[in-house]
Write a protein that binds this ligand. Structure first.
Ligand code: ZN
Length: 143
């Protein structure tokens, strides 16, 4: 129970004071991610330096889960290589499917706060929206 409220605190904190929810006017890539079943609609903005994600942000609207998940994700992938970010995305999808091991959950740091979403099918698309958008951006190979 203690853990559960700790996780909720993480999600609340990222909703009240998102660190990466702002415009990024000189972004190299902007991609919209939409989850019609809930009404979540975000624009993910990234700056790339070679193969490294040098900066990132998001704007848009959506439920608490979609917004917290996108904010946590950006905190984890900024400064990482594309390849590492894609690995984290894979791990996140595995966690949401309930397939991640304890070690893998550790690797997901704050994102593991969304672990219980795997028991709430209606909210899964909210939790993965940011990560799916990131995956799409990085696989696009835009300069
Ligand atoms: Zn949602």
């Amino acid at each position: 129970m203690e853990n559960r409220s700790f996780y909720n605190e993480i999600l609340t904190e990222h909703n009240m004071r998102p660190e990466f929810k702002h415009d990024l006017p000189d972004a190299d890539i902007v991609l919209e991610g939409v989850n019609p079943s809930c009404g979540d609609d975000i624009f993910l903005k990234l700056k790339l330096d070679g193969d490294t994600i040098s900066d990132g942000a998001f704007v848009g609207d959506g439920c608490a889960i979609s917004q917290a998940s996108a904010d946590i994700m950006l905190g984890m992938v900024i400064g990482k290589k594309k390849e590492e970010a894609l690995k984290l995305a894979d791990l996140f999808f595995r966690m949401i499917k309930g397939e991640a091991s304890d070690e893998e959950l550790d690797e997901l740091e704050e994102a593991s706060a969304l672990k219980d979403i795997s028991h709430m099918p209606a909210r899964v698309k909210c939790a993965v929206l940011g990560w799916h958008t990131l995956q799409e951006v990085l696989n696009k190979k835009v300069k």
